[in-house]
Design a protein around this ligand. Structure first.
Ligand SMILES: [Fe+2]
Length: 258
């Protein structure tokens, strides 16, 4: 462990970081060219381990949160976060607000889907799961989601930045809710079924292709089942019933298309 050398405008949970994280911060600050590729290089050069991130682990996150998220470091132009993934944790489909460059290193076998939005229709671009330790790049256009169906718990390391920040870097990110058929704007985690108070704004009219909508509904259903296993909630039970019906129809359509 070494003392962190952080700019005065920075905020951080702790002023002392594991040496690998301090190397990461220093390397990003020293870079003239900040791109997804250079951030990916910085992460690999820093050789961060999952053990280094344990002070920010949040595996006991509330069941309503789709995964655990903790801020490690924040300066005026980039921030570092640690996400915690229990088995069956899955993010909602999202982008990253004002982020222009970033990267994610996943320390487990994380599932990863990328999407594209065309004429208000969300389509699956592809599935490219993480190998443990793998780094994937984040740019301003990325719409994606990641999750954990590995049966084990793991952490991931996230760097997000932009050159001309106005407000928070990942603030007002878009969440793609195919059940509500809306694009929501929110400042916090990419969670399924965000409470109204955490949604800044929304625009209706989103649609998804059959494959994307079916996967979205199954993932949302799984989060609801996890919540309802711990507490009763009439509104969520009603939503679950609707999701089950929609999943049955979409599954039948998928079978008839084969
Ligand atoms: Fe993301």
């Amino acid at each position: 462990m070494i003392q962190a050398i952080a700019p005065s405008s920075s905020t951080a949970k702790t002023e002392v970081f594991p040496s690998s994280l301090q190397v990461l911060i220093d390397r990003i600050q020293a870079r003239v060219q900040l791109t997804p590729e250079t951030i990916g290089e910085c992460i690999l050069e820093a050789r961060v381990s999952a053990r280094d991130l344990m002070p920010w682990a949040d595996f006991d996150h509330p069941i309503e949160d789709s995964y655990g998220r903790q801020l490690v470091y924040s300066s005026h132009c980039f921030k570092i976060m640690v996400m915690s993934w229990r088995d069956r944790d899955y993010s909602a489909i999202h982008d990253h607000g004002a982020t222009e460059w970033g990267a994610v290193q996943c320390f487990g076998r994380g599932e990863h889907y990328e999407y594209r939005l065309e004429n208000s229709i969300l389509r699956t671009e592809g599935k490219s799961d993480f190998q443990p330790g793998e780094v994937k790049l984040v740019d301003r256009y990325l719409i994606h989601q990641m999750g954990n169906l590995s049966g084990e718990y793991f952490l991931s390391l996230h760097v997000y930045g932009c050159n001309t920040p106005e407000g928070t870097i990942t603030g007002n990110a878009r969440l793609f809710d195919l059940w509500e058929e809306s694009i929501q704007r929110a400042d916090g985690g990419a969670f399924f079924g965000l409470p109204e108070a955490e949604i800044n704004d929304r625009a209706y009219g989103l649609r998804g292709d059959g494959e994307t909508t079916l996967r979205h509904h199954r993932q949302m259903r799984d989060r609801l089942l996890q919540i309802l296993a711990l507490r009763s909630d009439a509104a969520l039970s009603l939503k679950l019933t609707g999701l089950e019906r929609a999943i049955a129809v979409l599954s039948a359509n998928e079978r008839s298309d084969r």
